[in-house]
Design a protein around this ligand. Sequence first.
Ligand code: PXP
Length: 241
Amino acid sequence: MATLGVNIDHIANVRQARKTIEPDPVQFAFLAELGGADSITVHLREDRRHIQDRDLILLKKTIKTKLNLEMAATQEMREIALDILPDYVTIVPEKREEVTTEGGLDISARKDFFKKYVDIFREKDICVSAFIDPLKSQIEASSEVGFNYIELHTGTYAALKGREQYEELQRITECSYFASNFGLTINAGHGLNYQNVSHIASINKINELNIGHSIVSRALAVGLEKSVRDMKALIQNKQFK
Ligand code: PXP
């Protein structure tokens, strides 16, 4: 059975919209763990548009599950990761102009670069994962380079419908079995929601699913009514529970 990694970047997105102190992703990581999250994922972006360095420091000190740091393969991020020592590092491609991560890394085109980049983490016993598209060539290259984990990009699956979505599911399933032959641990994520997760979750080679947007969206849906009720009670000088 796959475990659940909860990506809390969107909590920080709301905070950064006002550049204030709430909502605090550190408190929400605690709530996610209370709900059963098996790990907490944050993406520290070069432009610090959501998660801040302070969040990472506090998360490392406070979370009780595992910390998965998503980051670009830069010198700056490597120094931060080696300082914080998260449980996992997931390397993702990063473009300043993108709204969210678009597509997987091209490991096969830059094997020498990634080999050097990954070696240092392995020396420190930090598991390193490559976020890749479900392609056998990228899986082979990830294994060759020395990644211990891969995260298969499910964004294309999530965006498709009907027969095309089924074919993409088949591709992800085949790639999961293919990757397990290399001894890689297989995670998956991006675009997974309450409608499309079950087929991916039933691929028995998948270790963990990383999900953010749909969980945070649902938190707003299931929580907004009470938060409005509480505010109204205060305005009417009533107690709220
Ligand atoms: N995995 C990776 C590598 C990501 O970059 C993201 C988005 O930050 C996710 C998983 C989660 O995607 P979503 O927010 O669509 O659930």
